[in-house]
Ligand binder design. Sequence first.
Ligand code: KIV
Length: 288
Amino acid sequence: MTEPRKKMTLPGLFQKVREGKPITWLTCYDYPTAHMQELAGVDMILVGDSLGMTMLGYDSTLPVTMEDMIRHSAAVRRGSPNAWLVGDMPYMSYQPSVETAIRSAGRFMAEAGCDSIKLEGGVEMADRGEGIVRAGIPAMGHLGLTPQSVSALGGFRLQGKGAAQAKKILDDARALEEAGAFCILLELVPDRLCKLITARARNCIIMSLGSGPHAHGQLLIYHDAFALYPKFKPRMAKVFADAGAVIRAGLEAYVKEVSEKTFPQPENWFGMPDEDYDELLKMLEPSS
Ligand code: KIV
């Protein structure tokens, strides 16, 4: 029998960094997938507000609510008791004020059993991060392509390309680390910028999503890694298994077998002993 997994903790994550072992991180939004990620030994799970697109079919993450996030995060926690669970603060759950941010972060911890939260933005959101950390909640930042600001960023594209843009992201990373963030996700920035930020981080874990190999670990969106999102496949994602094709083939087989009356077979149903059936028929006979 395999050993039960140990609960991943903050010291456990930092120990991996010290030992030069990359941290594994995936998004997840539901109980059965969380169970599989738990069994696979994924270190960290992000219940991303990307669920607005991957699970709810919106065109962006903006319509996602706190209620959506809490419900999905709690389901993921039930499926994976041991991964380090990050709840993603949805649009307008932290931007209005430090107090709003602390209250929303607290809901992820108290109602969903998360281990930490993530918020998007740098210098301008550092006070929200600081307030959350002061409230005793581990907080992480998200820089580069931040989907909640996709309109201002001009679309889903590489960020930090020129020196000035890159310097802004470096400054943002420093501000978040000074605010107490234990971790920063760099999404879709050039590999050299990610390497520089990782080398300069003092007490902060740097994670990469499409930002190259030099961070302390990697994140992928689950639906990209397993070909489950029908609208597009970003270049940064590798398809590790084509689960979408497997499920589609299974669905076609189901439709065919039911249509052709080859499903169900006797092993798929339960019978009734003759004596019970006869007795039932007698009960149905009109009494004379
Ligand atoms: O919502 C999410 O899944 C995210 C990733 C894009 C990093 O924030």
